[in-house]
Design a protein around this ligand. Structure first.
Ligand SMILES: [Zn+2]
Length: 216
């Protein structure tokens, strides 16, 4: 009885295994002709059986059901079955992947261009204020990074080194800028040293004093 059932099943499955198929590997991007196979310890990539059902948790997603004992063969080039698909679907997936990469690359280039444009605008503004100290805005006066750029204190990598506002208190325009740094101590390992850095800025016309610290 059991053997008879087994035989019926085999007869039903035979056309599936015997049909020659056009297949593609999504990592090698090659196409080849081959046959669906029964499960073996080398095969894990089951062939869809055409049935789908709504995903149990993700709304709008579909669960694709697969045959119990029909698997894609290994790719003849890479020997892996995981990325083998029917040729048409493999081609669609490969093109989709390429399109995503093109989009990502284009987006990265756009981001880079935006950063470059902003960086240039920033340094154009720094140069302008160096040449015209009285044009500085209150917002810029209160920005530690902007003052640091103005006085040409080098930090992080290469910056515009030409100092216009002198950190030792030389007067530029109506402002006097003084840089202060107090050593706070080091980390337990001794590798990191902490400083309190700040600028004291005085408007010599109004006597107004501005304290700009590195943090906040
Ligand atoms: Zn392959």
């Amino acid at each position: 009885m059991k053997e008879a059932l087994q035989k019926i099943k085999e007869e039903m499955m035979r056309p599936i295994y015997e049909k020659r198929r056009h297949l593609g590997c999504e990592i090698c991007e090659n196409s080849f002709y081959g046959y669906y196979k029964p499960k073996s310890r080398h095969r894990f990539h089951a062939v869809p059986n055409g049935k789908t059902s709504p995903h149990p948790t993700k709304k709008g997603w579909l669960t694709v059901h697969t045959h119990d004992d029909v698997f894609y063969p290994e790719c003849p080039d890479c020997g892996i079955d995981a990325f083998v698909n029917d040729y048409k679907q493999a081609k669609i997936n490969i093109e989709h992947e390429k399109e995503q990469k093109r989009k990502n690359k284009a987006a990265a280039e756009k981001r880079k261009a935006t950063i470059e444009r902003k960086r240039k605008a920033y340094w154009d503004r720094v140069r302008h204020v160096r040449a015209n100290p009285n044009d500085i805005t209150m917002e810029e006066l209160k920005s530690y990074n902007f003052i640091e750029a103005l006085v040409g204190r080098p930090y992080y990598g290469s910056r515009d080194k030409e100092p216009f506002w002198d950190q030792d208190g030389v007067k530029n325009g109506k402002y006097v800028v003084q840089f202060h740094s107090h050593y706070k101590g080091h980390s337990r390992s001794g590798k990191t040293h902490y400083y309190n850095n700040w600028f004291d800025i005085e408007d010599t016309e109004t006597g107004e004093k501005i304290h700009v610290s590195q943090r906040g």
